[in-house]
Structure formats: structure tokens, C-alpha cells
Design a protein around this ligand. Sequence first.
Ligand SMILES: NC(=O)c1ccc[n+]([C@@H]2O[C@H](COP(=O)([O-])OP(=O)(O)OC[C@H]3O[C@@H](n4cnc5c(N)ncnc54)[C@H](O)[C@@H]3O)[C@@H](O)[C@H]2O)c1
Length: 329
Amino acid sequence: MRTALLGAGRIGRVHAAAIAADPRSTLAAVSDPMPDAARALAGEHGVPVRGIADVLADDGIDAILIASSTNTHADLIEAGVRAGKAVFCEKPIDLSLARARAVQAVAAGHDRPVMLGFNRRFDPNFAALKAALEAGEIGRGETLTITSHDPAPPPVEYIRVSGGLFRDMTIHDLDMAAHLFGMPETVTAQGACLVDPAIGEAGDIDTAMVLLAWADGRLAVIRNSRRAAYGYDQRVEVLGSAGMLAAENVTEDTVVRATAAGVSRAKPMHFFLERYARAYAIEWAAFVAAVLDGGKVPATVEDGVNALAMAEAANRSLAEGRTVAVGEV
Ligand SMILES: NC(=O)c1ccc[n+]([C@@H]2O[C@H](COP(=O)([O-])OP(=O)(O)OC[C@H]3O[C@@H](n4cnc5c(N)ncnc54)[C@H](O)[C@@H]3O)[C@@H](O)[C@H]2O)c1
């Protein structure tokens, strides 16, 4: 599957490696308006730098992978669909829910796969937890706790264009909640700026707790912080009628150090590039399988719209100090 990569930034580099490593896909071109970034990544893979219009008009390109800045995703998905390409796009679809819904309408008429980059769905630990839940190993899942703490906050310039904590960071946790329990009915969010006052000055929060409730009474809590002194803290726990499932952090090594001073182990892997390295490769293989073998993509544009709707509900809940029904947004 000949793939053009649009966006040669942080996550673009990860995807370029995944495309090249998958035996069923080939990186065919790199596009990025920043010539240095495009040339460097294309050079590493021995492929040409090409313009987006050129790539879209080329019948020899089967798929595009959109790893560009968030504000370009909606237009590029639509352009890819109109050019008849299979499309993989990083989250989020857009910062505007209305714009994301417009993209959903365009993609609905497409006869080729369009997939969203909700990488955590493909983390082997979270996938095993979901499989155990669906197999009924803990009876009926009743409460869900998702912990997502970044090791350190990003620069405030990033925060200013990120769309805010809920649409930038919590969106992964909201998707995980919907992935495990289905769409919730209500969202109640509280947030604070405890990590970096500059984030507050930029109008955002860096710490949050989000409570989700389902119509049948099931509950979830999402705990977010932009700082964890011990590394990237990524855990999921489900309490069920007949037991509990917990996916713990993946640590840098598995050695337990027991001495007279106490018992310790290594920190969690530093950040998403390390922790989710396998997830990105499995995610890409799933997209390639959907394109080459047919079948439904495992993270759809609808999933992207749903996650954005929950993030929007969280924003409204925070602003208005009340519980918000997802159906309101
Ligand atoms: N799923 C994940 O784990 C994950 C992780 C990081 C980032 N992301 C998402 O990936 C996207 C990129 O994030 P990043 O951290 O790599 O950002 P980045 O700023 O490092 O890279 C973005 C690149 O896109 C390029 N670009 C801008 N407009 C473009 C266009 N029209 N066509 C092609 N390239 C264009 C920029 O020049 C830049 O090189 C964001 O939407 C972000 O939310 C997802």
C-alpha cells in the first residue's frame, strides 16, 4: 500500500517509521510546507518530497496519512476523500465540533477506509483489558477509572493553539471511556491550574477530573494532569460485578529493587513516543488491513466526532459549573 505522509513533525516521524516497517505498506512521499522538516524525513527514508496536490492527483498513491498540525486535518481529510484515497488522520479531526461533523458527512459517502489515530485503543495492555471485559471475566463492568498524567507540560505556545486540555489531552481518555463502555449520557468536569501559571494566563487548565455517567448508572472518572514527576502515567481500571481489571503502567525495565531501604521499581516509560511505540505499529497494521483486506476500521470518524462532543461537553461543564448531557452539544 503506497502511502504519502502529510506532516513531518513529531508524530509524523513515528508514522513514517511504522509505514516503512510494515511489510504491507511503503512510504512513497513526504509533504510538509516546512522544507527542512520534509527534506530531513524524506531523506532518512530515501523517498521524494512532494506537494499535496501532486500526491492527491497521483493514482499510484493508495493512501494518505495526515500527521500535520490540527488546524489542517479537516481540509486534508476532505481533500483525500475527494481524491479517492484511503485516509488515516491523527486526532483530533478539528477543534470545532460543527466542522468535524461536516467532515463526517463528507467521509460517509466514501467507499474507502477513513481512520482516526486513537492510538491507545491499540496498546496491547488496554486491548487485553477490553478483551477480558468483553469476555465477561469480571461480570458486568460498573465503574471505570482512567488515569492520564503527562510527565511535564508542553510549552505555552503549544497550549495557546492546542484547543485546551479537554480537546488536546483528555480526548484520548474520553475515547478510551467510549471504547470500553460506549457513549456516556452526561459529563461533569472540574479543572484547575496547579502546574504552570503561564498555562492559566493562556486561558487553559493543566489539571482536571472528569466524571462520565451512563444512562444505566455506570460511572467513569478521568484524572488528568500535565505533570507527573515519575513519568508518563497511563492506567485504566474497571471494577465489575465479579472482579476488577487493571492495566498498569509500562515501566522502563521490570527489575524490582528490594533493599533494607525499601522496595522500588523503574519509572513508567517517559512519554507517548516510548509508551505507545507498539500501539502505533499495531494501529498502522490495522489500517493497512482495512485497506487491503476490507472490513471496518477500528477507529472511525464517528469515534472522532464522539470524542470531540464529550470534550465540548466537558468545556461547557467547566465553564457553567454544571453537569452537561452529551446530547446538548
Ligand atoms: N495520537 C498521538 O499519540 C499524537 C501524538 C502527538 C501528536 N498528535 C497529533 O498529531 C498532529 C501533529 O502533532 P505533532 O506533535 O507532530 O506536531 P508538529 O508541530 O511536530 O508537526 C506538525 C507538522 O505538520 C506540518 N504541517 C502544517 N501544515 C501542513 C500541511 N497543510 N500539510 C502538511 N504538513 C503540514 C508542520 O510544518 C509540522 O512539520 C496534531 O494534530 C496532534 O494532535 C497525536
